[in-house]
Design a protein. Structure first.
Length: 336
């Protein structure tokens, strides 16, 4: 694949942002998140990914974006990749990412993910990448009316997932055997926070609102335009018009609401690869990851959009529940 060309380029708090949304560019049909974050954003999560050498005429942030499009980043989907030159935006803020390893927890579902591209050398190039990440984080916090206490590390969400307790910063930096991330920033996390705070204090520019009016479309699937029941400027009106078996999609084709009545007891569902399985409707701790064919135990929607699944159709509805229910899975992981 040739070097990508952004659909739009803007400057945010001094950082050049190249917009290349996977919701618009997905030629290889890679798996994508489908949960809306509209009105739900609680913060910014900072990650580190390793520095890579790239060809002339491009940057590591573009290369990571291209690798995602080529399906070479496994199931990682982030909002921004940032290097020493610029940032590439991969996801709209209205769409959740896959980055925090907390399944349907707040990390994935309610924070904007920044991957800062650095190395262990912590040289001038690394420091410039980090500075760009700090400027971007400050701008995003400012945009959503959030303060420095809404700046998180990847490790924070791992500790929450694992049931640990503490203050925000204790969870941000507390040891987690699964992963310590952002690996190159964590050793001086306090200084990084101070840098972000300084950019917050200085004031940041906001991202311009789209010039076109948001329309919510009611369809069976985004690709099935013929099934459309209508397009609404009001999300609530779109939900009211959403019949059983239909969903509401935003302008980028992201599902923001599904009429859950389409799921029934005993229904056969194909679950996408690497889907988190939970032991209850509320927990953020992932029991394990699964894929393949399962059956809906009772077809009743639980908290967090999760459904109970089982391995055989004859197990559906049988007691005791603990013996026949495999676990809970969020409906947006069903390949429909």
């Amino acid at each position: 694949m040739a070097i990508l060309r952004p659909d739009a380029t803007t400057t945010l708090n001094g950082v050049k942002i190249n917009e290349y949304l996977l919701t618009k560019h997905n030629p290889n049909h890679i798996d994508m998140p489908s949960v809306s974050m509209a009105g739900k954003i609680i913060g910014v999560t900072v990650h580190n990914t390793d520095w890579i050498t790239v060809a002339s005429g491009t940057t590591p942030a573009e290369q990571y974006t291209r690798a995602t499009v080529n399906n070479n980043m496994n199931d990682v989907r982030v909002h921004y990749y940032v290097d020493n030159v610029c940032a590439w935006q991969n996801l709209p803020h209205s769409l959740s990412g896959w980055h925090a390893a907390d399944g349907s927890g707040n990390g994935n579902r309610r924070t904007i993910a920044i991957e800062c591209i650095m190395s262990s050398a912590y040289n001038s190039t690394d420091k410039k990448s980090e500075d760009n990440a700090a400027k971007l984080a400050a701008a995003l916090l400012k945009q959503y009316g959030l303060d420095i206490n809404h700046l998180y590390t990847h490790t924070h969400w791992l500790n929450v997932r694992d049931g640990r307790n503490g203050t925000i910063d204790q969870l941000n930096t507390m040891y987690n055997r699964y992963k310590m991330c952002p690996a190159y920033i964590l050793p001086h996390w306090t200084e990084f926070k101070e840098k972000v705070q300084s950019y917050l204090n200085a004031g940041t520019s906001t991202i311009s609102a789209p010039s076109t009016k948001q329309l919510y479309r009611v369809r069976k699937s985004w690709a099935d335009a013929k099934s459309q029941l209508g397009a609404y400027s009001s999300l609530e009106n779109a939900k009211k018009a959403c019949k059983v078996g239909y969903s509401v999609f935003d302008a980028n084709g992201n599902v923001v609401y599904t009429n859950g009545g389409k799921f029934t007891k005993g229904q056969k569902v194909a679950i996408r690869a690497n889907t988190p399985l939970f032991a209850s409707a509320e927990t953020t701790s992932v029991t394990r990851r699964i894929s393949g064919t399962y059956y809906l135990y009772d077809g009743i929607a639980c908290k967090n959009g999760r459904y109970r699944i089982t391995t055989k159709p004859e197990f559906c509805g049988k007691a005791p529940v603990g013996r026949f229910v495999t676990g809970y899975v969020s409906w947006d992981n069903f390949n429909q």
